[in-house]
Design a protein around this ligand. Sequence first.
Ligand code: ACO
Length: 457
Amino acid sequence: PKDVGILALEVYFPSQYVEQVELEKYDGVEAGKYTLGLGQKQMGFCSAHEDINSLCLTVVQRLVERSRLSWDSIGRLEVGTETIIDKSKAVKTVLMQLFQDSGNTDVEGIDTTNACYGGTASLFNSVDWVESSSWDGRYAMVVCGDIAVYATGNARPTGGAGAVAMLVGPEAPLVLERGVRGTHMEHVYDFYKPDMASEYPMVDGKLSIQCYFRALDQCYSVYRKKIQSQWQKVGVDKPFTLEDFQFMIFHTPFCKLVQKSVGRMMLNDFLAAPNPDTQSGLYKGLQAFRGVKLEDTYSDKDVEKAFQKASLEMFSQKTKPSLLLSSRNGNMYTPSMYGCLASLLAQYSAQQLAGSRIGAFSYGSGLAASLFSMRVSQDTAPGSPLDKLVSSLSDLQTRLDARKRVPPEEFAEIMKQREESHHLVNHTPQGSKDDLFPGTWYLERVDDKHRRQYARR
Ligand code: ACO
């Protein structure tokens, strides 16, 4: 099969949010810390009657309905998530309820977990399946979903929640480029969830940021090496730089980190360049940083500031539009980077996107990270796969605007309700169904044997 990649994409986010400006006041921190310091505007969150299964049920059903797919046409479905409510039974098995009437049970794939990376692992698996001898000619579907909540304290404003579903197959408008993925994995305790009874992670925020930057450096270096060697085989002998990505999207714990990451990639380019011009152009005035070592600069504010400033234009062009959902809904964990992809597609026309290369950096604490790229197809004709993909996401902003604003006091109360009802049996969760978007699945009841029953609004 040719041109394997993403054919269609659907996003689900909660119908309620809290304003970060109001959260700053409520938490008693300095004004501007969450909004300017972290770059966050709003944060979406779920009531107690939404869980990981309901989020994924909603997004999969929406994708199938809106793309007018038949349930029979899906031969693989996998879920990337770190929101674990059962140590054995996969979210995927819960999603099989949706297939019941079609009689299609021949659906490969299961859940994949490592912090925010599970969705990317699932996407790679699905693309590889379509390209392999195991492929049976049908679509694969990748689902990523998470409820990102932190205990009270400095990590709480970096939460969020949501789910993304993607349809994978040949002749896609977004083709995953072959043979160039750069991956970095290592053992580190930056963010992890050892307490099975709690929804909250253990997190070393500062360490997690260092790890994120280190993984970005490593993945970018491997990616560049691989793509340059492909180029050499066809007679192109030049270094790969950020300029070769028309767009660059990132896993987005908070938007400021992503802006710094664009600067970080520019630092990588600058240090790799044999003879960079520091008198004019992109690297003007950066001569003083010529001798720095990447591994010494993870928390070097001078380097960070200089490259953030030098890369400002690139950030605005290549990355900023992808932060719509992240800035207004927060960190969704596994779907975060795919929400950035949706935001990008929602804000450009097929003509503006056609032919471009989108770089994508996925990071999951613990840690697992990859940098890969997608090629956007050239065919922008009305009714083409690219046209359909882009127009299906054009209502993203309107959907965000339609959410309900909740005061921080009520948000804190709902977080407490979640803590108290998490893992209760013989229980009907609280939360008004009327506040959910139409078509949203919700948790109706947990019986005395922990079995969960869902209904759809
Ligand atoms: N006005 C403007 N900016 C301000 C203000 C203010 N009044 N007050 C603080 N700031 C800035 C700070 O200078 C800092 O910016 P800088 O790093 O560019 O200098 C920023 O706001 C954050 O302030 P800190 O004091 O560093 O924040 P704190 O340490 O309290 O928490 C952190 C930030 C560590 C990110 C925390 O929210 C956290 O642990 N989050 C979860 C972990 C995370 O998301 N890690 C990222 C990768 S892993 C993953 O995806 C889960």
